[in-house]
Design a protein around this ligand. Structure first.
Ligand SMILES: Cc1ncc(COP(=O)(O)O)c(C=O)c1O
Length: 414
């Protein structure tokens, strides 16, 4: 056989560290280690486990019971998505974040993962640079590599050696200012709430970053995968900013985490019209069109649900994750005594284990059957850190203390 592309040959040998640990935790490997797969407690998954809203289930039922609607769901949608679904998205953003979003600033895609790599293809040339936060979502590194291996990733450290997050905002802002002067730097990509730290970028800091990015004509990409999972009473002001207010801001949004739609793949980008048109051209070759069934279901769902009911649903969910986060941090204090970052949203606690995280995670798995994710894949600042995910345990909160207590017993008996 003739050889595969140099791109895949290079990338296949640097798989995601998260996937590697999840592979180690597969039942056969657990049995090989001498443990019972039923006793495994996993804090590894980057996913949510609450139930979808009843009105969404009703929306799918309506499609299935209506022959013509089901027929329509089997057809292609326009490449940028159905107009009615864009209007439903505007309403969703209005109800939840008081955002004033116009349909022509939206493109619907298959998921935020697909939209992110397509967006990077739209923005970046070989030789360009992109700024990322350290630590950050591990998949970004691979997504950038798959655009070109000649794109420079400039990381800006938000987590310092003492495990303080954004403790010296002035110094970090001046680094960002310097970086954005580089004409090859096209964009900065930030998740808020973040994976793996569950921090929300503070309003004043974000406003300064927006100003620096606007002044230098640099795109600011905000990944809002966890936008509805904020733990304070209020969300930061910038959650309501729309592309008509700031033409350099691009937001990536997803149905995965708010309504447990991880497998019902649908996401969208909010951006200025030039970016939307470019993304449409990109999607003509990457996905042709987003999934029609999920778009129609979302549209029907938004017709059925009132503002109050949607807010009530989202509030209940985010308070459940907040409770799971509290139980996790209490268990860390009670059984491990490690430093950690207090989650402000999202699904994770980043913990300082003060030793090489790859070896730590494997050692813990072998001796306790508890799965954590090693921090290295998220950036150098997390090389001695782990990510503990409470997201998958939101319906089994008693497992959180049980799992962390098991690890504490092992570490204290060493
Ligand atoms: C920050 C961040 N962005 C994007 C994604 C992927 O989301 P989607 O399911 O929409 O592709 C994840 C998944 O964990 C994530 O943590």
């Amino acid at each position: 056989m003739k050889s595969l592309s140099s791109l895949i040959k290079r990338e296949i040998n640097s798989p995601s560290p998260i996937r590697e640990i999840m592979k180690m935790a597969e039942p056969q490997n657990i049995i090989n280690i001498g443990l019972n797969p039923d006793d495994v407690i996993s804090f590894g998954g980057g996913w949510v486990d609450h139930y979808a809203p009843d009105a969404l289930i009703e929306a799918y039922k309506k499609i299935i019971s209506d022959k013509m609607l089901f027929h329509r769901a089997g057809g292609y949608s326009p490449t940028s998505g159905f107009n009615e679904t864009k209007e439903a998205i505007s309403l969703y953003e209005k109800y939840l974040f008081n955002e004033n979003l116009k349909s022509n600033n939206i493109i619907i895609g298959g998921s935020s993962s697909q939209l992110t790599i397509d967006l990077l293809r739209v923005l970046l040339d070989p030789g360009d640079s992109i700024a990322l936060v350290d630590p950050t979502y591990a998949n970004y590194f691979g997504q950038i590599k798959f655009v070109s291996d000649n794109i420079k990733v400039k990381t800006i450290r938000f987590l310092n050696e003492e495990w303080k997050y954004l403790s010296n905002k002035k110094e970090i802002l001046s680094q960002i200012n310097e970086l954005f002067k580089d004409k090859n730097l096209k964009a900065m990509l930030i998740a808020s709430p973040d994976n793996p730290t569950s921090q929300i970028i503070p309003e004043d800091f974000m406003k300064d970053v927006i100003k620096i990015s606007m002044d230098s004509g640099t795109y600011l990409i905000l990944d809002y995968a966890y936008k509805t999972q904020y733990f304070n009473d209020t969300y930061p002001d910038y959650f309501s900013f729309s592309p008509s207010d700031y033409e350099n801001i691009i937001t990536i949004n997803s149905n995965s985490k708010w309504d447990r739609g991880l497998g019902r793949r649908m996401g969208w980008i909010e951006a200025n019209e030039d970016i939307i048109k470019s993304m449409e051209r990109m999607q003509q070759v990457s996905i042709l069109c987003p999934d029609s069934l999920h778009q129609i279901a979302f549209t029907e769902f938004m017709k059925m649900i009132s503002k109050n009911d949607l807010k009530e649903y989202v509030d209940k969910i985010r308070f459940d994750y907040k409770k799971a986060a509290k139980i996790t941090t209490k268990a860390i204090e009670d059984h491990l005594g490690f430093k950690y970052l207090e989650p402000q949203g999202g699904l994770y606690v980043a913990v300082d284990v003060k030793t090489d995280s790859d070896a730590f995670v494997i050692d813990v798995l072998k001796h306790t059957g508890v799965i954590f994710v090693p921090g290295k894949g998220f950036g150098n600042s997390m090389r001695n850190g782990i990510r503990i995910s409470y997201g998958p345990l939101v319906r089994y909160m008693e497992k959180i203390d049980e799992g962390i207590a098991r690890v504490g017993k092992f570490l204290n008996g060493k």
